[in-house]
Design a protein around this ligand. Structure first.
Ligand code: ATP
Length: 458
């Protein structure tokens, strides 16, 4: 992660996002009743819905809207030789130092981001008593054992990236998918890294989910497709509401490149802690297929019928994190404003990302309003994800929906019972219009299908 220092104060702090996530049931610290386990989180109801929407939008872009990519779901546990071939066993390390005084461990290249265990808080090495060891390489893969016998022959690893599951299935997919380069294999799944320094909420955790796509291309076309995927992935974020001035592409310098990469650019987002990586887009060349072919004695190449020759495709890889994307969408959507003397907090999420699209609310719990509202709710939820809520004052219920980012509210009131109309409330503009109580579900589905632009852009 490369961070540049941002001079202006962030629009929202990470603490505010953490508080909202806890308050509204998006994200909880894992094993909280036992005091938590460092940097591990559980996703609650709205967190699950929002994450699912992020993943669905990624699948839509990778599979739903094009014909040249197929899906895969490979296992987390793989043959240990996969990690030998990929270079992870040897090279997936971070430099680490220990402090002999306080017993804490830090990333040697990130001391300026770390805090010494002593008070008042300082960076490691800044107190006179700090006694740091020389830097040592620390492998980030979680080791585990397969089967009942814990010997060296049973060692395997929790995958640190989903990509290798794709490379080792290259031959399988090529046989069934009837694709030829350029074509891609996409997958979403959990990855695990024993990060030395975690933090910034779900930005860097030890268990996280990745959305990775390996795009296999003729070698001479690799630079062109690298450019193409950088544009596509930037477009994905901005079309889903991220403001263009909050997201940028940064090319890696030669010293920063991973062992497999000939060129990488990161999509960075202006998180509250500064510009940080959201997604990496790498030209992996033929490194992975060549390595796996060598180690497995399988031919991992494509035979070009037209040219009558076989070649090992190059790979362009857009690799994103579900958790980081979700965090960025929440940060970008977070807003507060004063309405009639009261502060309103809301998530101006793209409606397609919003966990709940519409809330159906009877103004009061009497005079037949709950019954009518339930009928309308049944119609709405048949078309879009919706929620029914009749508990508490209407203002409180609106605030709750604002905070989870629900774009539309339908209120059943006295007029509904008289003239058959309901109020349709817009989360962003707060406009309320009277619309027919019949068929609101279909109208909301049509609204959901329209392009959307964040009102933060004016
Ligand atoms: P960083 O430099 O931030 O550690 P990376 O360059 O090692 O990330 P990649 O290996 O390129 O990350 O992984 C692709 C994506 O997976 C990242 O852009 C990020 O969105 C996500 N990711 C990687 N590590 C983590 C983590 N520890 N926690 C959450 N998401 C992660």
């Amino acid at each position: 992660m490369a961070e540049t220092t941002e001079t202006t104060a962030p629009e929202v702090t990470l603490d505010e996002i953490v508080a909202l996530c806890k308050r509204r049931g998006f994200i909880f610290p894992s094993s909280e009743i036992y005091g938590g386990i460092g940097s591990t989180y559980d996703y609650g109801h709205y967190g699950v819905l929002l994450r699912n929407n992020v993943k669905n939008e990624w699948w839509r872009a990778m599979i739903g809207e094009r014909d040249d990519i197929v899906a895969l779901d490979s296992a987390i546990l793989q043959h240990p030789r996969v990690w030998e071939a990929s270079g992870h066993l040897e090279g997936f390390t971070d430099p680490m130092v220990d402090c002999r005084t306080c017993g804490l461990r830090f990333r040697a290249d990130k001391l300026e981001d770390a805090q010494c265990g002593r008070k008042p808080s300082k960076h490691p090495g800044e107190f006179s008593e700090c006694d740091l060891t020389e830097a040592r390489e620390f492998n980030l893969m979680f080791e585990t054992h397969v089967g009942p016998v814990k010997d060296t022959g049973s060692i395997t690893y929790l995958r640190p990236e989903t990509a290798q599951g794709i490379f080792v299935n290259f031959k399988n997919v090529l046989q069934f998918a009837r694709k030829k380069p350029p074509f891609g294999i996409a997958q979403i799944g959990k990855s695990f890294r024993n990060e030395i320094t975690t933090g910034n909420f779900v930005f860097r955790t030890r268990e996280f989910e990745q959305m990775e796509m390996e795009y296999f291309v003729p070698p001479d076309e690799a630079p062109k497709w690298h450019e193409y995927w950088m544009d596509e992935r930037m477009r994905w974020y901005t079309e889903l509401g991220i403001r263009p001035d909050k997201v940028t592409l940064r090319a890696h310098g030669a010293e920063e490149l991973s062992h497999y990469s000939t060129a990488t650019s990161d999509i960075e987002y202006l998180f509250p802690m500064g510009w940080s990586e959201l997604e990496g887009i790498a030209n992996r060349g033929d490194f992975d297929l060549t390595q796996h072919a060598r180690m497995s004695d399988e031919k991992l190449e494509y035979f070009d019928q037209d040219k009558g020759e076989a070649y090992i495709p190059y790979v362009i890889e857009p690799a994103a994190g579900v958790d980081r994307a979700m965090l960025a969408f929440m940060v970008d959507a977070y807003d507060t404003e004063e309405v009639e003397g009261r502060k309103r907090t809301l998530l101006r999420l793209h409606p397609r990302l919003a966990p709940v699209k519409a809330a159906v609310l009877p103004l009061v719990s009497k005079d037949g309003m709950p019954e009518r509202a339930r009928e309308i709710y049944a119609d709405v939820r048949a078309h879009v994800p919706a929620e029914y809520d009749e508990g508490g004052s209407i203002g409180k219920r609106y605030r709750r929906q604002d905070e989870i980012g629900t774009p539309w509210g339908i209120t059943v009131d006295g007029e509904t019972m008289e003239d058959g109309t309901v109020t349709l409330r817009d989360r962003d503009s707060l406009e309320q219009e009277r619309v027919p109580a019949e068929g609101p579900g279909e109208r909301l589905a049509a609204k959901l299908a329209k392009p959307w632009r964040t009102p933060k852009l004016g």
